[in-house]
Design a protein around this ligand. Structure first.
Ligand code: AP5
Length: 230
């Protein structure tokens, strides 16, 4: 099963993808994380993509398509995946359909997380991430137990280079121009599932699961910080 998560920066794609991955037993493929990891490691790929990522521009389509194709063809990816941050342009969406069709597969659903711009800006300015294990926090809605320290691995938290206000503005503009048209693309294909992305994380997760025709969560979400009750 291939599920695409769509939505603007800060809509909660990474947060929901991580929870869905555990809930549905599918790998979480986050292109932004792959790129940031390559940058942090100083690999040739990282050096190539750094100027794009840190300035809020899109990495060129051929590079992104090759990166995702490679992962979807591994044994782990061949069983399905939650795609977070890909596709992001029409060309990427068409390429994804072609890669999957060649394997007799298709995107089962594109979940669009709808969140107003004012909420996005609040979320992004309060986001802190762990550079070591990639856990994401929010000083307003999902604070770490000890300020500035990752609950999972104890590393010091950082803010993303592309969460600076001027870069956020550019990312939102790029989203409007390049990625928002994918909503119509998946709607036309009959695969769009629009979900209200506001409210508590666990409530959004229940909406997403319902949109996918899955039983809503009734107790603790596997993991740590997000609990439905108790
Ligand atoms: P990427 O990492 O994919 O960034 P993005 O799409 O801009 O999305 P974000 O990670 O900012 O937000 P999110 O929707 O995942 O929200 P999150 O769950 O973290 O891409 C970064 C860059 O890489 C791009 O700009 C581009 O340069 C490059 N790139 C990546 N993929 C590419 C591609 N396919 N093609 C070309 N270039 C590509 O949540 C945000 C905050 O809100 C967190 O603090 C979280 O705790 C909080 N939060 C989440 N849900 C809730 C809630 N329900 N209530 C309250 N707070 C919440």
């Amino acid at each position: 099963m291939i599920i695409v998560l769509l939505g603007p920066p800060g809509a909660g794609k990474g947060t929901q993808a991580s929870l869905l991955s555990r809930r549905l037993g599918l790998p979480h493929l986050a292109t932004g994380d792959l790129l940031r990891e390559a940058i942090a490691q100083g690999t040739p790929l990282g050096e190539e993509v750094r100027p794009y990522v840190e300035s809020g521009r899109l990495v060129p389509d051929p590079l992104m398509v090759a990166l995702v194709r490679e992962r979807l063809m591994t044994p782990a990816g061949s069983g399905g995946a939650i795609l977070d941050g890909f596709p992001r342009t029409r060309d990427q969406a068409v390429a994804l359909d072609q890669v999957l069709a060649a394997q007799g597969r298709q995107v089962e659903a594109a979940v669009y997380l709808e969140v107003p711009a004012s909420v996005l800006l609040q979320r992004l300015s309060a986001r802190w991430v762990c550079p070591h294990c990639r856990a994401t926090y929010n000083t307003v809605s999902a604070a770490p137990r000890l300020a500035g320290v990752c609950d999972r691995c104890g590393a010091s938290l950082i803010q993303r280079a592309d969460d600076r206000p001027e870069v956020v503005q550019r990312r939102l503009e790029v989203y409007r121009q390049e990625t928002a048209p994918l909503i119509a693309y998946y709607q036309t294909a009959g695969r769009l599932r629009s979900v209200d992305g506001t409210g508590p994380v666990t409530v959004v997760l229940e909406r997403v699961l319902a949109a996918l025709g899955r039983t809503p969560v009734s107790g603790q979400v596997h993991g740590d910080r997000y609990q439905v009750s108790g």
